[in-house]
Structure formats: structure tokens, C-alpha cells
Design a protein around this ligand. Structure first.
Ligand code: GUN
Length: 290
């Protein structure tokens, strides 16, 4: 079993970005600028946002964190997003999810200019990605592709099983791995909460690559996988003892894997790196750079 080390891969990608940014800044351009919107107090979101801001500084970007209280209205958020859309000093904006219950996340996502939608959640980018056109790709799914590419894991013609159909991970990764992309051309099965147990087992037991994003510690057990599987664990679950674990029973399952992502230090790091790639692309688009 070998580890798909998200830390090593992310650091390498961010180092590349930072050298490109240094070149642009030396030629007289301003730095890329990311704006992050955080609503309310949600411990995991605080930690994700902190790592995004930290990564901006490693990449040579400027970043700005806009905090709103839990009670902010949808209209207030939409007005602020309209201002950011019109502000030439910001290349990309993300609204950290989840949002409080009284705010419809789709209204907020739809209000972001597709040109600044570095999370790739706007219907325009999601549609363009689905059609194989140039787009900001959803960061976690894109990060998984970059990790597979970095470790030269073959994807083409492989059988991939995705567990979980969320708009932020399961749905986009199932599309990306099946599309005619650089890291793609796989045969993909998307399973979800309504998939009958036996059908899920039939699929996972013959999968070459499994991507699991369900948010349930220990969901993938040893009996569910074949020897040599490549396991991508998207889960980030905090146990009562404070330990962070994924959706895979790592100890037992890893013995059967050819490759597996650790948690932490796997996909989470790649989400942030992919966001940096998207921000650089937004900036390059803004300044008509290659
Ligand atoms: N919450 C969990 N994952 C994500 C993500 O990739 N982007 C945003 N904005 N919020 C999230």
C-alpha cells in the first residue's frame, strides 16, 4: 500500500503557482486576489477557511476574509456579492458552505459572477465542465484529479465507483472521471443513499478506483473492496475524542489498497490547492495572460 500524499502534491502545485505569480508581479501586475465569505460560526468551516487563507499567502496571492453574523439576511449577502462581482481588485470569490438554514445556498451561488466563481459551483461553470468546455472545476473533484495525475495513477478505461452524489464532490467527480479529460475516460458508477446495499457491494467489489464522500466514519470496510483498489477518501469526520478520520476504515482497508489517501493530509489538502489553481486561472483570464 502506498499513500497518495495530498500535502506533498499540494505543496508542489502551490510552488508552481507561486513562481508564476512572482513572474507576473515582477512584470508590474498586481497579485491575484481571493475573497472568502464566511457566515456564522461553524468550527470545520473556520478551519477550512484558515487553510485557504494560509495557502493564498504561500501562493503569493492576496486574500480577504469577510465575516458575516449567523443572522445575516440573504439579501445582505447578495448585495455584498454584487459589489465583489463589480470590483476589479478581486479575481475570485468563495462563499464557504454550509450556510445558515434561512439562506438558500443556490441563490447565493447563482449570484456570484461565473468569471469569479473559483469554487466552480455556479450553474454556468458546472454546465461548462459537464460539457467538457473550459470552466472553473469544483475544487475537491479537481483536486482529486490532480492527485491521481501527480502519482501517475491510470484512470483511462478503469472502473471507478463514486459513493455519494453531493453537488460539491460526488456529482462533479463522477462527471470529470467519465469525461474525455486528461484525467478521465473511466467507466464510472455513481452510487448514493438510495443504492440498494447488494448493488453497492457488487459495484465496490469490482471497482479499480473508489471515491467515497458520504461523511460517515468507517463507511467503507475491508469486505467491500478488491485487492489492489485505489481508494480516495473525501471524508473529514471529527470523532468524539477529537480525532479526524475519513469515510474509510483505514487500518483494515489500506491493507488491500494499491494506493490510498490519508485523512488528514489527503484530499483536504488538494481541495485547497485546486482552489489556488482556479484563482490563478481567474487572474490570468482577467489580465488576458496565457
Ligand atoms: N464546504 C465544504 N466544501 C466546500 C468547498 O469546496 N467550497 C466551499 N465554498 N464550501 C465548502
Amino acid at each position: 500500500m502506498k499513500l497518495l500524499d495530498g500535502k506533498v502534491c499540494a505543496e508542489s502545485l502551490v510552488a508552481d503557482i507561486s513562481s508564476k505569480v512572482a513572474g507576473y508581479v515582477n512584470s508590474g501586475l498586481r497579485k491575484p486576489h481571493m475573497t472568502v465569505i464566511l457566515v456564522g460560526e461553524h468550527a470545520p468551516s473556520e478551519s477550512y477557511v484558515k487553510s485557504k487563507i494560509k495557502s493564498c499567502s504561500s501562493a503569493g496571492f492576496e486574500s480577504e476574509l469577510l465575516r458575516f453574523p449567523e443572522a445575516v439576511t440573504e439579501q445582505e449577502l447578495l448585495s455584498r456579492i454584487a459589489m465583489i462581482n463589480a470590483d476589479p481588485a478581486t479575481d475570485g470569490v468563495i462563499v464557504q458552505l454550509p450556510l445558515p438554514k434561512h439562506i438558500n445556498p443556490q441563490h447565493v451561488i447563482n449570484a456570484i459572477s461565473p468569471d469569479k466563481d473559483i469554487d466552480g459551483f455556479h450553474p454556468t461553470n458546472f454546465g461548462r465542465m459537464t460539457l467538457g468546455q473550459k470552466a472553473f472545476r469544483p475544487a475537491t473533484a479537481y483536486g482529486i484529479c490532480k492527485l491521481l495525475q501527480f502519482y501517475e495513477i491510470p484512470v483511462k478505461a478503469k472502473h471507478c465507483v463514486v459513493i455519494g452524489r453531493s453537488n460539491i464532490v460526488g456529482k462533479p467527480i463522477s462527471i470529470m472521471l467519465s469525461n474525455d479529460f486528461e484525467i478521465g475516460n473511466a467507466t464510472v458508477t455513481l452510487t448514493h443513499i438510495e443504492t440498494p446495499r447488494q448493488l453497492l457491494l457488487d459495484e465496490t467489489r469490482r471497482a479499480d478506483i473508489i471515491v467515497v464522500a458520504v461523511g460517515i466514519p468507517g463507511f467503507v470496510t475491508e469486505d467491500m473492496v478488491k485487492d489492489g483498489v485505489v481508494m480516495i477518501d473525501v471524508g473529514i469526520n471529527r470523532l468524539e475524542n477529537g480525532k479526524i478520520v475519513g469515510d474509510v476504515d483505514f487500518e483494515a482497508v489500506s491493507r488491500k489498497c494499491s494506493w490510498i489517501t490519508p485523512v488528514p493530509g489527503g484530499v483536504g489538502r488538494m481541495t485547497v490547492a485546486a482552489l489556488m489553481i482556479n484563482t490563478l486561472m481567474a487572474y490570468q483570464n482577467n489580465f488576458n495572460l496565457a
